[in-house]
Design a protein around this ligand. Structure first.
Ligand code: SF4
Ligand code: SF4
Length: 334
């Protein structure tokens, strides 16, 4: 019997999701025994024409990582959708826009200016040359994919069947997804393949929280020595555990928590949370300054909130394109 055909593709992301496949180690051999990997440009020399020549629906599943930022990524997402019976958004950038999605706080012009213009100290570009879709050269025309003004999650561009969350998705969940696909025992379409509980619900440090949690100072993790047994919030360090889905480590504690770093939210929200950033701000508001609250004026609260360096990047680090905000409103029309 013919093996199911599988494709992996990489859009706007750092490449860590491709590493996660390699990190399956010897399990990758089990995967290769059960499926035919017919498209994986990062690892093997496949061409786009190989996909174009496939019959519609010929692929059993396409795992697509990365957000959508360029014409090429958008075109490939549509092509893989057409050729695959099932599409899995693989990793935080594909799922929610991820780190590239923070580009939605700027527009294309300001990104090009900071990367190629005078404001970038390491760039010598007196003629202000920026990437063009078509450049006419003596040898002929050179082309580049168009760069979009707004970063999108995969499901803002094509229909997505399942989501594998994480930056990057952990090995145990990749294997869960593959086994579910191979056995046909799939959850409801649109499911995120991870537990529904929040990270706090499974975190060992949750027990350390006092009954009435209250903080009067917000600290930066890089400048703070945190007791590895205590909840980060109790120590005044922002941890997105209350608004993040669990499952990043098989044991329940978050992958970051076990190495004494707070959660930044890469697994996305549990089902009851619609906007991670908004919900976390609300959670923080409920614990800030309760101790001695009679002495805390609005000005004191504002001063406390000013201690949060980069609030937008803290609360929407992985989820801006799929949040209620989606992007910063710019003066010019999109
Ligand atoms: S806020 Fe962070 S450290 Fe505290 S219980 Fe939740 S996940 Fe654990
Ligand atoms: S602890 Fe949070 S940021 Fe770290 S891997 Fe888990 S979900 Fe992602």
């Amino acid at each position: 019997m013919a093996k199911p055909k599988v494709a992996f593709y990489w859009c706007a992301s750092c490449g860590g999701c491709e590493e996660a496949i390699v990190d399956l180690n010897e399990d990758i051999l089990k995967v290769v025994e059960l499926v035919d990997i017919v498209f994986w440009p990062c690892a093997m020399d496949f061409k786009y024409s190989d996909v174009r020549e496939m019959k519609d629906g010929e692929l059993t599943v396409a795992f697509i990582n990365g957000a959508i930022r360029t014409d090429e990524q958008e075109e490939m997402a549509h092509l893989l959708r057409k050729k695959a019976q099932m599409v899995v958004a693989f990793g935080a950038c594909s799922h929610m826009g991820g780190i590239p999605g923070l580009g939605n706080f700027c527009d294309k012009e300001s990104i090009f200016e900071s990367s190629y213009g005078k404001s970038c100290p390491s760039v010598d570009n007196p003629n202000n040359v920026v990437p063009q879709k078509i450049s006419k050269m003596p040898e002929g025309e050179l082309t580049l994919p168009g760069f979009h003004n707004t970063v999108k999650s995969l499901d803002q561009v094509i229909d997505v069947d399942y989501y594998l969350p994480g930056c990057a998705p952990p090995k145990h969940l990749i294997m869960t997804a593959l086994n579910a696909i191979l056995s046909g025992e799939l959850p409801e379409k649109g499911s995120v393949i991870a537990p529904e509980k929040s990270l706090c619900d499974t975190c060992e440090r949750n027990d350390s929280k006092p009954e009435k949690l209250s903080i009067n100072e917000i600290k930066r993790i890089s400048l703070t020595e945190v007791d590895p047994k205590k909840c980060f919030l109790e120590e005044g360090v922002i941890c997105l555990g209350p608004v993040t889905r669990s499952g990043c480590s098989e044991e329940g504690d978050g992958r970051c928590i076990t190495v004494n770093m707070p959660c930044r939210g890469c697994f996305g929200p549990p089902p009851e949370v619609k906007d991670m950033g908004g919900k976390m701000i609300s959670a923080l508001a409920s614990i800030v300054g309760l101790e001695g609250e009679e002495n805390m004026s609005e000005e004191d609260v504002n001063k406390l909130m000013d201690q949060i360096v980069d609030p937008a990047g803290t609360f929407y680090r992985f989820s801006l394109p799929t949040s209620l905000l989606r992007r910063k409103r710019m003066d010019k029309k999109e």
